[in-house]
Design a protein around this ligand. Structure first.
Ligand code: NI
Ligand code: MN
Length: 227
């Protein structure tokens, strides 16, 4: 099988895993780059990497409308249940679980994680989606560069989404160093140009990554990559 990963703008993705739809960090309302509205997206699962509003986004509304199961850390899952989300699974860093799309694993990420109403959002995470035949999509999510990305790379990552600019996350040369540690088959730059503080020249970053021998899927919001 293949992953079809559609970038919805910012850090939001819609992932088709053998017909099962997994949304990640569905921030659409208020996202100037959003390639879809919250009320038109299908979801069987919604993965939330951390509590910030540009990641929790429309998760509550989409989960209530579709009945999707949310997958997040324990603290966020408790908060989602309080908001009326019917099926909210709470995992934690280093843990994972098997679902009908395959497997999800939560990795470390160096960031923060308060929820939109100020509630404690637990630890921030990256996430690895693993198809039933073992293909791996690593979404580094909001994070600084860290050396243990090498260990994540050792798992054999087919596609990696990395934030490339700035202010809130690693950017530029740190993001390039991250790609060198992760060694993915394809790199997907994200978390840029949404707001003035994170505007960047993604093409210039892509050129540098390609000069290092990496394959980059520089998508416009709404475009997809298959691996
Ligand atoms: Ni964040
Ligand atoms: Mn963010």
């Amino acid at each position: 099988m293949t992953f079809k990963v559609t970038w919805l703008g910012h850090a939001a993705f819609s992932v088709d895993m053998d017909g099962v739809k997994v949304l990640i960090d569905p921030f659409l309302t208020g996202n100037p780059l959003a390639a879809a509205t919250a009320d038109e997206l299908d979801a069987d699962y919604i993965v939330i990497t951390h509590g910030h509003g540009d990641h929790v986004g429309d998760a509550v509304a989409i989960a209530k409308r579709t009945g999707a199961t949310t997958l997040s850390n324990v603290e966020i899952s408790r908060w989602l249940k309080k908001q009326g989300v019917p099926k909210a699974e709470g995992l934690n860093t280093g843990g994972g679980g098997n679902f009908d799309f395959g497997r999800v694993e939560f990795t470390i990420a160096f960031h923060s994680s308060s929820l939109p109403d100020g509630s404690y959002g637990g630890m921030p995470n990256g996430v690895i989606l693993i198809s039933k035949d073992g293909r791996k999509f690593y979404d580094a999510a909001d994070t600084a560069l860290f050396g243990d990305m090498r260990l994540i790379g050792d798992k054999g990552i087919d596609l990696a989404a990395v934030p490339i600019c700035d202010w809130y996350t690693m950017c530029g040369d740190d993001a390039l160093r991250a790609v060198e540690l992760i060694r993915p088959g394809v790199v997907l730059p994200m978390h840029y140009d949404t707001f003035p503080a994170i505007e960047t020249d993604a093409k210039a970053w892509t050129d540098k990554a390609e000069a290092k021998g990496f394959k980059v899927a520089l998508l416009r919001p709404g475009e997809s990559v298959e691996v």
